[in-house]
Design a protein around this ligand. Structure first.
Ligand code: NAD
Length: 261
C-alpha cells in the first residue's frame, strides 16, 4: 500500500502516539505536517529526520490546539504548503487527574478544548477540501476512556466520550464523498502522557509508583501489557488504505481486552 502523493496533518505529533503516526504515514510515502509543543531544536530534528529517512516533504506548524483561529490557520497553511489535507489525524491531548470537587476549572476547559473542540475546528476546516477532492481520511485518537470511565479523570473521560459522537456525526456527513472518519481507542500506551499522570495518581489513590503501574494502569488490561505507539500507528495506516474504505463511523478499540470485561 502506498500513500504517495497524500498529505497528512497530525495534531500533537511532536511526541508519543502522534509522532508514531507521522513516521508510519511517512514510511508509506505521505507528506507530513507535524504539530505540537516542545523544544525547537528537537522538533526540527524530528521534522528533518522524517524527510531524510522516508524521502517525503515534512513541515511543522506549532498551532495551539486551544485556539480555534490557529487551528483553522493550520489547515490553511498545510493546504498552501503541501497542496491539500488528505489525511487528518486529531491526536493532540492532555490529561489531568483529580477528584471532581478539586478539579481546577481551567484544567477542565483546557482538556475539553484540546482533546475535543480542537478536532471540531480541524475537521470543520479540512472537510471542504476532502469533499471537493472526493478522498479523505479522518482519524481521531480517542481512548478506552471513550467507552468506560476511571475515577479522577472527569474532563478526559468526558472529552473522549464526546469525540466518539463527533466522529460518527462527521462520518455520516462525508460518507458519500469518499471520506471516512473513525476513532482509534487505545488502552494504556507508554508515552509521556501516561508517565506524567503517575505522580498525581499516586497522590489521589495514596499508592506507590509500582502500585499505580501494576494495580491501576496494567490491571485494566487483561494482556498486562502496554499498547505500543507503533501498534496504534499501524492501525491508522490501515484505516488510510483502500481496504478500509467501508470502515467509517467506527471506533477501533485496541485496549488489550480492557473494555471486554
Ligand atoms: P504525549 O503527551 O506524548 O503527546 C501529546 C502531544 O500533544 C504532544 O505532541 C504535545 O505537544 C501535543 N499538545 C499538547 N497540548 C497541545 C496544544 N495545546 N496544542 C498543540 N499540541 C498540543 O501523549 P500521547 O500519549 O501520545 O497522547 C496522544 C493522544 O493519544 C491523546 O489524545 C491521548 O488522549 C491519546 N491516548 C493516549 C493513551 C496513552 O495511554 N498514552 C491512551 C489512549 C489515548
Amino acid at each position: 500500500m502506498s500513500l504517495k502523493s497524500r498529505n497528512a496533518l497530525i495534531t500533537g505529533s511532536t511526541s508519543g502516539i502522534g509522532l508514531a503516526y507521522a513516521r508510519a504515514l511517512a514510511k508509506e510515502g505521505a507528506n507530513i505536517c507535524i504539530n505540537g509543543f516542545g523544544e525547537a531544536a528537537a522538533i526540527e530534528a524530528e521534522r528533518a529526520g522524517i524527510e531524510k529517512e522516508f524521502g517525503v516533504t515534512s513541515i511543522y506548524n506549532g498551532a495551539d490546539m486551544t485556539q480555534g483561529a490557529e487551528i483553522a490557520a493550520l489547515v490553511k497553511d498545510v493546504e498552501t504548503r503541501l497542496g491539500s489535507v488528505d489525511i487528518l489525524i486529531n491526536n493532540a491531548g492532555i490529561q489531568f487527574v483529580s477528584p471532581i470537587e478539586d478539579f481546577p476549572v481551567e484544567k477542565w476547559d483546557q482538556i475539553i478544548a484540546i482533546n475535543l473542540t480542537s478536532a471540531f475546528h480541524a475537521m470543520r476546516a479540512a472537510v471542504p477540501g476532502m469533499k471537493a477532492r472526493k478522498w479523505g481520511r479522518i482519524i481521531n485518537t480517542a481512548s478506552a476512556h471513550s467507552l468506560v470511565a476511571s475515577p479522577f479523570k472527569a474532563a478526559y473521560v468526558a472529552a473522549k466520550h464526546g469525540i466518539l459522537g463527533l466522529t460518527k456525526t462527521v462520518a455520516l456527513e462525508v460518507a458519500a464523498f469518499g471520506v471516512t472518519a473513525n476513532s482509534i481507542s487505545p488502552g494504556y500506551v507508554w508515552t509521556p502522557l501516561v508517565e506524567k499522570q503517575i505522580p498525581d495518581t499516586m497522590k489521589a489513590r495514596n499508592m506507590t509508583k509500582e502500585q499505580v503501574i501494576n494495580d491501576v494502569l496494567l490491571s485494566a488490561q487483561p494482556t498486562k501489557q502496554f499498547v505500543t505507539v507503533e501498534q496504534v500507528a499501524a492501525t491508522a495506516v490501515f484505516l488510510c488504505s483502500d481496504a478500509a474504505v467501508n470502515i467509517t463511523g467506527s471506533n477501533i478499540v485496541m485496549d488489550g481486552g480492557w473494555t471486554a470485561a
